[in-house]
Design a protein around this ligand. Structure first.
Ligand code: URA
Length: 232
């Protein structure tokens, strides 16, 4: 990982993570990603088409019972041609109220984690496996995931991220299609479905709020993701 910028250090402080850094060398004086203009490395937007119909479809979706209890669907947010895609479990109460992903307390920590990588929320794409809130934040059910997963697949096909970060056990198990515990899924590189998009697993920010000692491991996961992306 290249030297951290002042903003990255602030974000790591917000995550309460102390990082030891090597002293600066001449090579480290190149502009950080923070100051660099966002680049689109995939050339051309022709493949993307218009995803307004997909957004509309999600907004009107009644494929499962969650449509009866939701206030808003939560489609996703961010840069439609992002290199990084973060995928959580399902909207919580605040997300259901606002119709946006990760806007509650856990969302603020996710923003800090993204900032620690030298990016803003607007540069990445953030989505969930489920687009509607399960009542009382209960675990999503298998049938709900089956009905909803094609939406996420279409989002991935549209954004074409260079890396996907699954946030938490539920997202990880759904995306990797396994029942293995999260501790056995971290520190490995998977591929998203039949695509060649690398996928790594880390802890959910809500879990990290309850277990701050694991933030250091989450930071290691994000550094692994960064290394994969940088070596692609
Ligand atoms: N938790 C999630 O998994 N997703 C959100 O959008 C908010 C909280």
């Amino acid at each position: 990982m290249q030297r951290l910028s002042a903003r990255q250090r602030r974000c790591l402080d917000a995550m309460a993570i102390q990082v030891w850094e090597a002293r600066a060398t001449a090579a480290d004086t190149r502009p950080s990603r923070e100051s660099a203009a966002p680049e689109d490395t995939r050339g051309g937007e022709e493949h993307r088409g218009n995803w307004r119909p997909l957004q509309q479809q999600v907004q009107e979706c009644v494929r499962c019972e969650l449509s009866k209890t939701r206030t808003h669907t939560v489609f996703g947010a961010g840069n439609e041609s992002a290199d990084w895609m973060f995928v959580g479990e399902a909207p919580g109460a605040e997300e259901d109220r606002q119709g946006l992903p990760f806007v509650g307390r856990a969302g603020r920590l996710l923003t800090a984690m993204i900032g620690a990588l030298g990016m803003s929320r607007e540069e990445v794409y953030i989505a969930n496996v489920l687009k509607c809130r399960p009542p009382n934040n209960r675990d999503p059910m298998g049938a709900e995931v089956r009905e909803c997963e094609s939406y996420l697949h279409q989002q991935v096909a549209h954004v074409r991220p260079k890396i996907i970060v699954a946030l938490g056990r539920f997202a990880a198990q759904s995306l990797v299609k396994t029942t293995r515990p999260i501790g056995k899924l971290r520190n490995q590189v998977f591929q998203f479905e039949a695509s060649e998009i690398p996928l790594i697993v880390t802890y959910h920010p809500a879990y990290l709020l309850r277990n701050p000692l694991d933030k250091r491991k989450a930071w290691q996961d994000l550094c692994l993701a960064r290394r994969i992306l940088d070596s692609a």
